[in-house]
Design a protein around this ligand. Sequence first.
Ligand SMILES: [Ca+2]
Length: 380
Amino acid sequence: MSFSNTAFTIKNCWLDCDPGHDDAIALLLALFLEESVNPIGVSTVNGNAPLLKTHVNASQLLALYRAPTTIPLHRGFAHPLLKADIPPPVSIHGTSGLDGVKHLPPPEHPAVQMWHDQHGPANTTVIEAFREMVESRLNPDGSVKEVVSVVITGPSTNVAAFKQKYPELYESGVIDRAVIMGGAFDIPQWTPYAEFNIATDPDALAELLTSRKVPVVLAPLNLTHQAIFDEETHAQLLAPGSSWKEGEPLPQPKSEFRESLSTMMTFFREAYITQFGFTKGPPLHDPLCVLHLAQPDSLAGRWAYLTVDTSESERNGETRATYFSDEPDQWEDQEKYIGDATHDRHPNCYVMETLDREAFMRVLLECVDRAEKVIASTPL
Ligand SMILES: [Ca+2]
């Protein structure tokens, strides 16, 4: 079994999320891409719904997926760093943030409660969790034992707050990148100028972009709109190996778990048809951040100097990129642009631009297969 032709090492992944239908798929990949991704922690943040709801949703998803109970779940920030809340995107994710999903373990289920109540309610909890995560990977002389990639699929508030309180730990070398779903370039967005995650907390992204040690890897809407979960993929999700043809009714689900994911995708699909006219299927934004860790060759991009508008104007949250090259770069290419005399900006962001969609859908369906087996053999 191999997801990539290139040699890879297992990437430690901390998932900071606001579930969210597509966050749910990001979590699925983080848990089941076991050859290439090692999930070491999950945190929740205000975004697709208020924090109290996204934290419940994350707890339900971890129980649904039978996640190892050794993975901590931390409750993060309920509000952006500086600015007032913007209304949650109820038209996309429903009032709960994860509406329309059948067979989720209910919030009162002991397994969900275990996740939900694992850690205290204070905002400082998530900051201290990041502190402990980094400190435990530093040797007494300050050298790094192992690195961690932070994946942020909601507003960047939690990680930015950690960086503000412990800048030396953020830049210690333990965190090798912050992979962020957010931003957009020259396409319709949540506000006239800004994508939702960034519009919600632009000051948090601005904080992360000041780092000279931890680059941002960005999955903007221009990329994620290539990750269309179409009806062909939906048919394979419901019934692997199905000979479904366009125009036919979708096949019956082969398991309760597949029905659960199917209802999740159907709610998201309907929202994208109604709100944005996406007739071929909803874009699966968030899981592309995890895919970058597992299979970077499936996502081509370019190094850039990224800025974000933090003004109180209508451009609040607008992302702007100045690229170092017209040609695709590798993630590893950052070094060649540092100190580039022709460029007075530092390469602070790898903007992912093109997706191998077929490869992504293969990975997604493989993770569903694996999760289904684990769930079948692990009673709640
Ligand atoms: Ca999200």
